[in-house]
Write a protein that binds this ligand. Structure first.
Ligand code: BGN
Length: 286
């Protein structure tokens, strides 16, 4: 309601609300990768982005309030390329948003589920976000009509990735970019914390959604196109041999393995010009 909007943007109460469809969005995007683009270059090209990677349209009250959460680990180049593409894309959509990079800093195994949980928890402390985009660092949206808002059900945005010939690799695939309202997230008890290494945590999240009798919505495949940036094998993110076993237990564990028993220490929260950087330490893996 109105109260909420005023709370979210206290200085914008006099502005008219933004139109339902932004006049700035176009169609398919040509995605190119300029070499050696620096964070300073990106900041200069996006003068309206505020400290922490925060944006709200200057001339109208945004209809959507979206946090973008990027789990990230030793992929600095990809993060810069993603910011280069994502900031102008989000501004064209006239949404109110902040980009958060959630960074795991320890020598243990990557844990995407846990990073996403921390991202949720820390972001909701900052703002009453109504929509959360959990966004892999290596995926660049290829169509302006892929609007970063939420729908009545959890949404899988990256339904057409070039690496998978613009199709789902399998029917229940839920990896890459997904969008949940806070109520969806709370209903499924957050994401699993116990998948260390590559694979399975996205399938677990999809199971949690189905176990809670929700459906997964998708944008039309022509809008849900993404380019996946190439990368080699990540050290510390080996395929997790336990993932098959873990997945067979989701229906028993989803109530207990969740956001509430989330052990982590937040080492720093840094507002950089283009994103808020959350750095965590998870301690030992188990
Ligand atoms: C699947 C992985 C997903 C990954 C996709 C696409 C598993 C669980 C074993 C049943 N799932 O195979 O996590 O996103 O491939 O790469 O490994």
């Amino acid at each position: 309601g109105l109260d909420q909007i005023q709370l979210l943007s206290p200085t914008k109460e006099d502005l008219p609300t933004c139109p339902k469809t932004s006049p700035f969005i176009g169609g398919p995007l040509k995605v190119s990768f300029p070499l050696d683009v620096t964070l300073d270059d990106i900041a200069q090209k996006n003068p309206l982005v505020q400290l922490g990677g925060h944006y709200q349209p200057p001339n109208c009250g945004a209809l959507h309030h979206t946090a973008i959460i990027i789990p990230y680990w030793a992929r600095r180049k990809h993060l810069h390329q993603l910011l280069y593409h994502l900031h102008p894309f989000l501004q064209r959509q006239q949404i109110h948003c902040t980009i958060y990079a959630v960074h795991q800093m320890d020598n243990y195994t990557f844990n995407r589920g846990k990073l996403l949980n921390v991202g949720f928890k820390e972001d909701m402390k900052e703002n009453n976000w109504q929509c959360l985009y959990f966004h892999d660092v290596d995926l660049i949206p290829k169509d302006d009509c892929n609007i970063y808002d939420c729908s009545a059900f959890p949404m899988h945005a990256s339904v057409a990735i070039d690496k998978f010939q613009y199709e789902l690799p399998y029917e229940t695939y839920f990896g890459g970019v997904m969008a949940l309202q806070p109520t969806h997230y709370l209903k499924i008890n957050g994401f699993p914390n116990n998948y260390w290494g590559w694979g399975g945590e996205d399938d677990d999240i999809a199971s949690r959604i189905f176990l809670n009798k929700m459906l997964i919505s998708q944008p039309p495949a022509v809008f849900g196109r993404y380019h996946m940036m190439k990368h080699g094998h990540d050290r510390g993110n080996k395929a997790n041999p336990k993932r098959f076993h873990l997945l067979s237990k989701t229906h028993l564990r989803w109530r207990y393995n969740r956001m509430n028993n989330l052990l982590y220490s937040l080492l720093s929260k840094e507002q950089t010009p283009l994103y808020t950087n959350l750095t965590m330490h998870f301690g030992i893996d188990y």
